[in-house]
Design a protein around this ligand. Structure first.
Ligand SMILES: Nc1ncnc2c1ncn2[C@@H]1O[C@H](COP(=O)(O)OP(=O)(O)O)[C@@H](O)[C@H]1O
Ligand SMILES: [Mg+2]
Length: 327
């Protein structure tokens, strides 16, 4: 089911003679993790803020659950959507508990309901209530601030969560941990997430679907696999040419390339992978052990199968393409 739909949406800022976002058409399915990636200035934030109605499009229409968002009250609408921004965007003069309670309070939740929700969210982000609830943002590390920002965005349990470079300001180790946590959260809560980043490896790690933007336009909206192996144009291709072959294989999940199948005969550690294991793992198994197919399991149940023939044709074509490019 489509949850968000944009129809030829453009934004031109006053005084500018180009569109910051230019005739964007896209639809996002409920429960998907969509990552928008592009260089600075490519229109990512403008696009996200239009979905959130913080910016009104100059042209085009946006639908949420099939309803034209321009026909709903802006502040009412915005509360249906969680918003998590760079450097957490916490209010410096408010404690952790007050920051997380901002939207519930606007929604006039009762105090005890808000308190329960704050506890629940702090538990979810792994921060001890007694220790952290009354601290101010300046008394937290960058990673902790970002976690609180996430909790605040999820406070009223919105169906859609928009995240604008949320991990841009934290160190690499914290970033990796936050990425893993967000993936885990999305799996558990089935949120629809639209996540903006300028980091292509972050995009590949997180996204089910990737939107590549350049100069306000969507260059390609596709699976990780297709972005890597079937780039829609030279721009997308050039963006990825720096990535080496094994990194590419690493970025593709087994679930993307399997044929759906519920057959699961004689499984063992060698011929079985999990849905999130990478194409690299699959490829290495074929090379190391002489097996003809690999089974993919999801939550311990059979989900699909990958045939050695299909993968060797694929990797052969990758290798050939790389060789051609080097000549
Ligand atoms: N409030 C604004 N007024 C005028 N121009 C803006 C404004 N915000 C962004 N822009 C311009 O719109 C383009 C897209 O910006 P933005 O959406 O912030 O890109 P990104 O998030 O990809 O870095 C840029 O050229 C930027 O300078
Ligand atoms: Mg931006």
């Amino acid at each position: 089911m489509k949850i968000i739909e944009l129809k030829s949406v453009s934004k031109r800022y006053p005084g500018s003679d180009v569109n910051a976002v230019d005739r964007v058409n896209l639809s996002i399915e409920k429960g998907q993790f969509v990552v928008i990636v592009g260089a600075s200035g490519s229109g990512k934030t403008t696009l996200l803020k239009m979905i959130n109605r913080l910016i009104e499009p100059t042209e085009g229409e946006i639908f949420l659950n099939g309803e034209n968002v321009m026909c709903t009250d802006a502040s009412e609408y915005r509360r249906k959507i969680g918003y998590v921004i760079q450097q957490s965007g916490l209010f410096p003069h408010m404690t952790v508990r007050q920051n997380i309670s901002v939207v519930p309070q606007i929604m006039k939740w009762k105090a005890d309901k808000t308190e329960r929700r704050v506890k629940e969210l702090m538990d979810m982000i792994g921060m001890d209530f007694d220790e952290y609830a009354n601290r101010f943002p300046r008394e937290l590390s960058g990673g902790e601030q970002q976690r609180v920002g996430l909790a605040r965005g999820l406070a009223i349990d919105p169906d859609v969560v928009l995240m604008d470079e949320p991990f841009g300001a934290v160190d690499a180790i914290t970033r990796k941990r936050l990425q893993d946590e967000v993936l885990e959260l999305q799996k558990r809560m089935h949120k629809t997430i639209v996540f903006v980043t300028h980091d292509i490896s972050e995009a590949f790690k997180l996204g089910d679907r990737i939107i590549i933007m350049n100069q306000g336009r969507v260059q390609q909206y596709d699976s990780v696999f297709n972005i890597l192996f079937h780039p829609a144009n030279d721009y997308v291709g050039s963006l990825l040419s720096g990535e080496n072959m094994l990194d590419k294989l690493q970025a593709v999940k087994a679930s993307e390339i399997m044929e759906k199948s519920e057959a699961l005969p004689e499984v063992n550690d060698i011929n079985t992978v999990r849905e999130n294991d990478s194409l690299k793992t699959v490829y290495q198994r074929f090379i190391l052990y002489d097996i003809s197919c690999i089974y993919v399991v999801r939550d311990n149940a059979p989900a699909g199968v990958i045939d050695k023939k299909s993968i060797s044709a694929l990797t052969r074509s990758i290798l050939e393409k790389e060789a051609e490019e080097r000549i």
